[in-house]
Design a protein around this ligand. Structure first.
Ligand code: ATP
Ligand code: LTN
Length: 340
């Protein structure tokens, strides 16, 4: 189904979310949040703090609560304008869970078992291999389809989940007639897959050990130290070759994502220089990029009442959009009508 935009704005809809499951990394920033701001005028953007997704892995309750507020503050500190963009907490709109249940009945077990993220997480969390880890992508599909999103900005790691969302939407539309907009992915040209500083074969992930990632709120000293210790190779030449030189190429991607420079330009700029100077330049660029966000974040965290006001207002507006989809879905599926 073609997107018609929200009734309020007539603009195409963008939806994305981040789990409050750890400190945000430079990967989350470059692969996701940084690109969100640029979309805010052209689209009706809806960005969620997806706390229901986060509890697929055990979370300490007080910490989870704090991280939700912290992530909201990061959305705001990264420059999102809450007058235009909806930023809210997923669990504040119960329709996410309701639609996830319904869509789960239109998703095959085989489809879920094939998901790479599920296979990875099943290995990592063998002691708590709960059903939520398997049905995680159904909840993600519900997030997206609930708002009739046209575009979903995500990092490359979420491509498979988006494909599944499309399949579920097409299947449902096929069975009941046009109900959901079939969304497209929106991938950043640079920064889509930032890798671990210690094991560049893996993506940079906030649930890995601390020295493998740069946290958005790391101090400049910590950022410099981590880049200094980042894995490279013994060739001592700054050359972009993701296969042969994954560590150096990852650092080049980070620098390029921030400065906008091409890999060729970075190669030329650092020709004949060792890794020391190069790593310092990468660290300087990251420190300068993050500093204003960190300052604004600190300011916002001192005003939790303001964050809560935004969270509540956005959740109300999001609920109204979600309710429209739910009325349609309930009717199509044949759930008994009711009004309170
Ligand atoms: P976890 O490692 O705990 O599973 P995560 O770090 O992958 O979590 P998410 O909340 O799952 O974080 O992802 C938020 C957004 O950040 C998604 O759009 C995802 O594609 C993007 N993202 C995550 N890691 C990276 C990365 N290393 N490079 C680029 N984008 C990333
Ligand atoms: N699964 C995503 C987070 C996420 C999301 C979404 C992204 C949950 N729901 C809806 C885009 C749209 C992740 O792990 N990065």
């Amino acid at each position: 189904m073609e997107g018609q935009g929200t009734q309020q704005t007539g603009k195409k809809v963008i939806f994305s979310g981040i789990q409050p499951s750890g400190t945000l990394t430079l990967g989350n920033y470059l692969g996701a949040i940084r690109n969100w701001k640029q979309l805010e005028d052209e689209y009706q953007c809806i960005y969620s703090v997806v706390d229901l997704h986060a509890i697929t892995v055990r979370q300490e309750p007080a910490q989870l609560r704090r991280r939700c507020t912290e992530l909201m503050a990061i959305y705001l500190a990264a420059g999102l304008n809450p007058e235009k963009t909806l930023i809210y907490c997923q669990s504040h709109v119960p329709a996410h869970a309701e639609l996830a249940w319904i869509l789960g009945c239109y998703t095959y077990l085989g489809e879920l078992q094939r998901m790479t993220q599920y296979k990875d997480k099943a290995q990592k969390h063998a002691a708590n291999l709960n059903a939520g880890l398997l049905t995680y992508p159904v909840l993600m599909a519900a997030d997206i389809l609930l708002y009739q999103a046209d575009l979903v900005p995500i990092g490359a790691d979420q491509k498979q989940h988006l494909e599944l969302t499309r399949d579920i939407a097409i299947r449902f539309n096929g069975a009941y007639g046009d109900t959901f907009v079939v969304p497209d992915g929106y991938f950043p040209k640079v920064g889509a897959r930032i890798r671990s500083l210690q094991e560049p074969a893996r993506k940079m992930s906030k649930s890995d050990p601390e020295d493998t990632y740069i946290a958005l709120l790391d101090t400049p000293e910590a950022i410099r130290r981590k880049f200094k210790r980042a894995v490279t190779d013994s060739e001592a030449s700054v050359r972009f070759d993701p296969e042969g030189k994954p560590g150096v190429s990852n650092l080049m991607s980070i620098l390029g994502a921030i400065t906008g420079d091409s890999m060729e330009k970075i190669e030329a700029d650092f020709a004949g220089q060792g890794y020391g100077a190069f790593k310092t330049a990468v660290a300087d660029a990251v420190v300068a990029e993050l500093e204003p966000i960190q300052n604004e974040h600190r300011r916002l965290m001192a005003d939790k009442a303001y964050i809560e006001t935004i969270m509540r207002a956005s959740a109300e507006r999001a609920s109204a959009i979600a309710a429209r989809t739910m009325r349609k879905v309930r009717r199509k599926v044949g759930l008994a009508p009711f009004s309170l």
